[in-house]
Design a protein around this ligand. Sequence first.
Ligand code: COA
Length: 427
Amino acid sequence: MDKALSGFRILDMTHVQAGPTASQLLAWLGADVIKLEPPTGDVTRGQLRDIPNADSLYFTMLNCNKRSITVNLKNPMGKEVLADLIKKCDVLMENFGPGVLDRLGFSWEKVREINPRIVMASIKGFGSSGPYADFKAYENVAQAMGGSMSTTGFPDGPPLVTGAQIGDSGTGLHLAIGILAALHHRNRTGRGQYVEVAMMDGVMNLCRVKFRDHQRLQRGPLPEYSVPTDGLKATPRAGNDSGGGQLGNAIKCKPGGPNDYLYVVVQEAVWEALANRVGGEALAKDPRFATIGERRKNQAEMWRILNDFASRYTKWELMKIFNELDVPCGPIMSTEDLMNDEHVKLREMVVELDHPQRGKWYNVGMPIKLSDSPAEIKRSPLLGEHTDEILAEVLGYSQDHINSLREAGAFSKQPAKVPEYHEPRVD
Ligand SMILES: CC(C)(COP(=O)(O)OP(=O)(O)OC[C@H]1O[C@@H](n2cnc3c(N)ncnc32)[C@H](O)[C@@H]1OP(=O)(O)O)[C@@H](O)C(=O)NCCC(=O)NCCS
C-alpha cells in the first residue's frame, strides 16, 4: 500500500536508541529503511536480553519495519559497498560517537561528493562544534546537561531523570523533523544537506518553559510555584507543580499504592464547580481561594483540602467525579495499567507482533495517525536478514560479485583477506 514516505530510501547507520527511534518512525511513515549494522550487530540486540539468544526487546522495539544488512566498514570492500549504498539512498542517518564516520572515511564532504542529492543526518551528544563536541553521550547525560535534571524532582531531593526518554527518543524526533524538512528542500533545489541534532540542544528545546521561568526570576519570585522562589538565580525543581499558568498537582487516592494518585489541574474556569463538589458553598465562597492569585498564595491549604477529599476515592472513581465537572485530570497510569487500557488498545498504541526468535511480543504503536496511509507495524529484522536481497535488488550486484565480497570479508567480522581499497567512484 502506498505510504506517505513511499519512494524514499534511507540508509540507517544508527544504533542504540536515539537514532533508531527516528528511523523507525520514518519506516512507519513508509520509507524503505535499510539498517546497516556491523557484523556483530547493533549492540542493543544483545543488551537486557529476556530470552537467551533472541534479539532483545531493546532492539526489537526500536527497529521495526526495517531491513538489515551487515557490512564491515573497516574492510576495504565493505567501504565500497557503503559508497554504492550512498549513491542509491535519499538519506543517510547515523549517531556514532564524535569523529567515527570521519575515521571510516565518510565525512559529510565525502558523502556529498558521492551523492550530492543525499541528506545526511547525525545525532551527536553535543554537536560538531563547541567545547563539548568531542564527548560521547547517553540519555541521562543529555538530561543532566540540557536542563532537565536540575528542574526535575523535589526541591529538597536530588536532581532526577524523567521516565520519558527525552534525551534519546526526544532527539530522534527532532532528527526526523530535520530530515523531512531537508528532503522537502532537496526536492525543490536538487541539493542535499547535512542535518545535525545535538542531544543537549534537543533537551534544552524540551525544557523551553524552564528558561521562561529562569528569565522571569530576574523580575521577582514565581507565584505559581509551591516552593519559595525569592532570590533564586535558576529555575528550581518544583515536584509535581503544573509548570503552567494553571495550578496543578498529583493528589493521593485510596488505597494508597505507589501509583494511586490523580493529577489535577485546578483550571481557573472550573474552580467554582470543583470547590462546590469538594467542600460545598463554604469552600466555593472562601475568600482564601476566591481568585487564582489567592489560590496561588494559599495553595498548600488548597492541596490539603483536595487531598482529604481524594483519600475517599480510587484514582478511577475520582477521575470520573472530576471529569463530570470538566476538571482536567488524569490518573497516574502504571505500565501495567497502560498495557491493559481499553483506550490504549482502541488507539492501537500497543501492537502485538510475532518474531522468529521471540514468538509473540508487544510494541508501543505509532503515535502519528495518518488518515490515508496509516502505519502497518512489522517485526524488526534479524541480523543481516536482508544482506543478499539488498545487494542484489538495491545495488544490482550479481551473485558472483556478492560471493567475492563475502570471501573478502566485506560482511564478516574477520576479513578472510584484505584486498586493495579503491576510492569510491563519483558518478
Ligand atoms: C552511543 C555512544 C556513546 C556509543 O559509543 P561506542 O559504543 O563507543 O560507539 P561509537 O559510535 O563511538 O563507535 C563505534 C565503533 O564501531 C565501529 N563501527 C560502527 N559500525 C561499523 C561497521 N558497520 N563495521 C565496522 N565497524 C563499525 C566504528 O568505526 C567505531 O569504531 P572506532 O571507535 O574504532 O572508530 C556513541 O555512539 C555516541 O556518543 N553517539 C552519539 C550520541 C548518541 O546518539 N547517544 C545516544 C545513544 S542512545
